[in-house]
Write a protein that binds this ligand. Sequence first.
Ligand SMILES: *[C@@H]1O[C@H](CO)[C@@H](O)[C@H](O)[C@H]1NC(C)=O
Ligand SMILES: *[C@@H]1O[C@H](CO)[C@@H](O)[C@H](O)[C@H]1NC(C)=O
Ligand SMILES: *[C@@H]1O[C@H](CO)[C@@H](O)[C@H](O)[C@H]1NC(C)=O
Ligand SMILES: *[C@@H]1O[C@H](CO)[C@@H](O)[C@H](O)[C@H]1NC(C)=O
Ligand SMILES: *[C@@H]1O[C@H](CO)[C@@H](O)[C@H](O)[C@H]1NC(C)=O
Ligand SMILES: *[C@@H]1O[C@H](CO)[C@@H](O)[C@H](O)[C@H]1NC(C)=O
Ligand SMILES: *[C@@H]1O[C@H](CO)[C@@H](O)[C@H](O)[C@H]1NC(C)=O
Ligand SMILES: *[C@@H]1O[C@H](CO)[C@@H](O)[C@H](O)[C@H]1NC(C)=O
Ligand SMILES: *[C@@H]1O[C@H](CO)[C@@H](O)[C@H](O)[C@H]1NC(C)=O
Ligand SMILES: *[C@@H]1O[C@H](CO)[C@@H](O)[C@H](O)[C@H]1NC(C)=O
Ligand SMILES: *[C@@H]1O[C@H](CO)[C@@H](O)[C@H](O)[C@H]1NC(C)=O
Ligand SMILES: *[C@@H]1O[C@H](CO)[C@@H](O)[C@H](O)[C@H]1NC(C)=O
Length: 633
Amino acid sequence: MGICQALGAVVVSLLHNVHAAVRSSGATVYLEDVPYFLPPDVVGTLSVTRELRGALTKSPYVPFTVIQTEAHGFNTADLSAVTANYTLVDDVFQEAFLEAIYIHNLVNGTMGASQVHLGNHSNVIISSTCSETLKPGPYFLNTMGQVFEAWRLYSDTNGGFTESTIVNKAGEHSILPAGILGQQKAIAVPSRLYFTKTVEKPLAGVRIGIKDLYDIKGLRTSNGNRAWYWLYPPANATATPVQNLINAGAIIVGKQIMSQFANGETATTDWVDYHEAFNPRGDGYQDTSSSSSGAGASTGAYPWLDVSLGSDTGGSVRGPAQVQGVYGNRPSTGIVVLDHTMSMSPVLDTAGLLARDPLIWIAAAKAMYGENLTMTNSYPSQVTTFDWPTEADSVADTLLIDFLANITNFLSANSTEVNITAEWTEDYPSMDPLSIFLNITYPILIAKQQMPLVRDPFYRDYAAKYDGRRPFVDPVPLLRWGWATNNSATVDEAVANKTMFMNWWKSTVLIPDEETCSQSIGMYVGSSGSTLYRNQYLSPPVPPYGYGLWGVAGFTENPDIVVPIGEAPYNSTITGHIEYLPVTVDFMAPKGCDGMLFSLVEDLYNAGLIKTALAGRSGITGGEILFKRDINM
Ligand SMILES: *[C@@H]1O[C@H](CO)[C@@H](O)[C@H](O)[C@H]1NC(C)=O
Ligand SMILES: *[C@@H]1O[C@H](CO)[C@@H](O)[C@H](O)[C@H]1NC(C)=O
Ligand SMILES: *[C@@H]1O[C@H](CO)[C@@H](O)[C@H](O)[C@H]1NC(C)=O
Ligand SMILES: *[C@@H]1O[C@H](CO)[C@@H](O)[C@H](O)[C@H]1NC(C)=O
Ligand SMILES: *[C@@H]1O[C@H](CO)[C@@H](O)[C@H](O)[C@H]1NC(C)=O
Ligand SMILES: *[C@@H]1O[C@H](CO)[C@@H](O)[C@H](O)[C@H]1NC(C)=O
Ligand SMILES: *[C@@H]1O[C@H](CO)[C@@H](O)[C@H](O)[C@H]1NC(C)=O
Ligand SMILES: *[C@@H]1O[C@H](CO)[C@@H](O)[C@H](O)[C@H]1NC(C)=O
Ligand SMILES: *[C@@H]1O[C@H](CO)[C@@H](O)[C@H](O)[C@H]1NC(C)=O
Ligand SMILES: *[C@@H]1O[C@H](CO)[C@@H](O)[C@H](O)[C@H]1NC(C)=O
Ligand SMILES: *[C@@H]1O[C@H](CO)[C@@H](O)[C@H](O)[C@H]1NC(C)=O
Ligand SMILES: *[C@@H]1O[C@H](CO)[C@@H](O)[C@H](O)[C@H]1NC(C)=O
C-alpha cells in the first residue's frame, strides 16, 4: 500500500507536463444479449435521478428511451403504442430500453409529473427542465449523466465488407473498434428513430455500404489489393458519389469487398488477395458475380443494410444485382463525377446503386446524381426485346414471358424482338460482324486505360518504397494487363469502334424521343436462376473478349437497370435439395433516360407489378441463409 502510493506520486510528477493522447473510441455493451456500440460523442447530459443512480451502481450504463409527444399527457396505452411503433420501424430498439423513459413534450415544452401515468414505472424523466433535445429512440446513460447513442452491432456473416466504419458528429469516418460473434467484421447501424427524412436530407439515416474503390476521407482504400491498402495513406478527400449520398443524410457503415482493381473475378481461384463475399441466395455457395461482389452479397443478405454503392464498367453492378436478385443500375455514362475513385476505363466507368427496396434505391439515385437525373413519366408504347424466351418451357422462361406481357399491358405497348447481330450485319454487310468488330474493344479499353492510371503509378510507388520490388497482383488483372501490353490495338481504335456502335445503336435500336425520352424500352434477361458454384476449379482466366448484351450499355453509354421479378428452382449439388435462385430483367433506354426508367420502376411498383426484394435465402420469401445461423444476427 505504502509502496503503491509512493510509486504513484513519482509517476504523477514525472508525467506532469506530458499530455498523453488518450481518446475514447466508444464502448460496446450487451443488452439482453444483443450487442451495441456506443459512439464516443456525448449527445446530451441529464441530471441523474436517485432511482437511476441506484440502477447505475449495478451496471455502467442505464438503457433508456426518448419519446417525443405533442399530447398533454402520457399513459400506459400511449407507451404501448409507441413501443409497438418503435419495434416495427427500428431494429436497434428493444423493450429493454424502457428501463428508463424520457418524455419530451414538443408543444409546450412542459409536462408535469401529474400528466404522466405509467403505473409502477419509476424511471421516468420529463423534459420540462432539460435543455437537451434528444431525437426519439434508444440511448444509454452513464453515471455522469452523459447520454450516448445506441448503434446495434451486426456480424458481416456473408463477408461483404472489407472494413466497418463509424462516423462522428463532425462527419469524420474511422474504423469501428468492435467485434462480435460471426468470424467476420461487426457493422454498427444507428437507430432509425434518430432520423427524419426531409427535402434536404432525403436519405436521413439510410444505411449505405461503399465499394472499396471510392475514397472516403480518413479511410484507406484497397481497390481489392492488400499491397495497395498499406502502401498509400488514408484518403484526404471523399469521392463525389459518396459525398452526394452523405450530404443527403446517408450513414456510411463500411467499405465493401470487390474483385481486384474491379476486374471480373470468379470464386474461388481468381480471388487471391481477398475471399469473394458469399451470395446469400439458394444454397449459399453460388458466385456473387463481380466486381461489386460485397455490394451485391450484403444487399441481398442483410435486412439492416439499405443500399450499396457499386461501380459498373462492364457489368460490375448489374452482375451482382442479377445473381443476388436485387435492384441495381448502371447509369448513363458521365452522370456523376468519378473523382477520388479508382478507374478501369474512364470512357466506360459509372457509379451505380444496389438496393432491395426500389423506392429507397430511387431516392438514393436522385441524391447521388442530383441535377443530372430528371424523372419523366411519359413512356414509350414500344418494347424492344433482345434474346427474350418464346417458349414457356421452364419456370424462369414462364416468369419472363409473363412479365413481358405485364409490361406491354402496363404500357399499352407492343413488343418486338430484335436480333442485334443480324440487324448490324444487315445494316453493314461489308463490315465485320459484331463478334469480330467488338471482340477486343472492351479488353483493350479497360486494360490500356487502367495501366497508366492505376498499374504504373502503383508499381512505381511500390518499387520506390520496397527496393525495386513488384507488388502482388491477382491473376485476372495481371493477365489482362499482360495481354493488352502484347496487343497492338490502341485505345483510340477501341473508342472508334465503340463510337461507331453507339451511333448505330441510337439511330437504329434504341432511338431517343423528345416526348418519351426513348422510342422504345429495351429489355433483356438479367438472370434466369442458373448456377455458378463457387467450389468449382476453373480454367485459367482469358481476357473478356467478345460481344454480349452485358457490353451494350457501356459501349452505348446507356442506362441499364436490373429489376428482380421472381426465382427459379434448381437441384443443388451442395445441399442435394431443391433451392431457388433469382430471375431478373434488365431495362435499357437511351443515354440520359435514367429518370424515365426509374419512374417506370416506381410506377410498376405502385401498380403491384414488381416488389421489394427480401433479404435472406430468397429474394421472394426471405428466410434464413443456409450456413448462417440467423438472418437477424
Ligand atoms: C399547451 O398549453 C396550453 C396553455 O397552457 C394548453 O391549453 C394546451 O392544452 C397545451 N397543449 C398541449 C398539447 O399540451
Ligand atoms: C412511428 O414512429 C415514427 C418515428 O418516430 C413516426 O414518424 C411515425 O409517425 C410513427 N407511426 C405511428 C403509427 O405512430
Ligand atoms: C409493473 O407491475 C406489473 C404487475 O406487477 C409487472 O408485471 C411489471 O413488470 C411492472 N413494471 C415495471 C416497469 O416495473
Ligand atoms: C491528397 O492526396 C493526393 C494523392 O494522395 C495528393 O496528391 C494531394 O496533394 C493530397 N492533398 C492534400 C491537401 O493533402
Ligand atoms: C452533372 O454532370 C455535369 C457534367 O458532366 C457535372 O459537371 C456535374 O458535376 C454533375 N452533377 C453531379 C451531381 O454529379
Ligand atoms: C403479372 O401480373 C399479374 C397480375 O398483376 C401478377 O399476378 C403476376 O405475378 C405478374 N407476373 C410477373 C412474372 O411479374
Ligand atoms: C400493336 O399491334 C397491333 C396489331 O398488331 C396494332 O393494331 C397496334 O396499333 C399496335 N400498337 C402500338 C402501340 O404500336
Ligand atoms: C441472330 O442472328 C444471327 C445471325 O446474325 C444468328 O446466328 C442467331 O442465331 C440469331 N439469333 C437468334 C436468337 O435468332
Ligand atoms: C477474339 O480475339 C481473340 C484474341 O485475339 C481471338 O482468340 C478470338 O478468336 C477472337 N474471337 C473472334 C470471334 O474473332
Ligand atoms: C475495331 O474494328 C475492327 C474492324 O472490325 C477490328 O479489326 C478491330 O479489331 C477492332 N478494334 C478494337 C480495338 O475494337
Ligand atoms: C506477352 O508476350 C510475351 C513475349 O511473347 C510472352 O512471353 C507473354 O506470355 C505474353 N503475355 C501474355 C499475357 O500474353
Ligand atoms: C437432387 O439430386 C440428388 C442427387 O444429387 C438426387 O438424389 C435427388 O433426388 C434430386 N432431387 C430432386 C428433387 O430432383
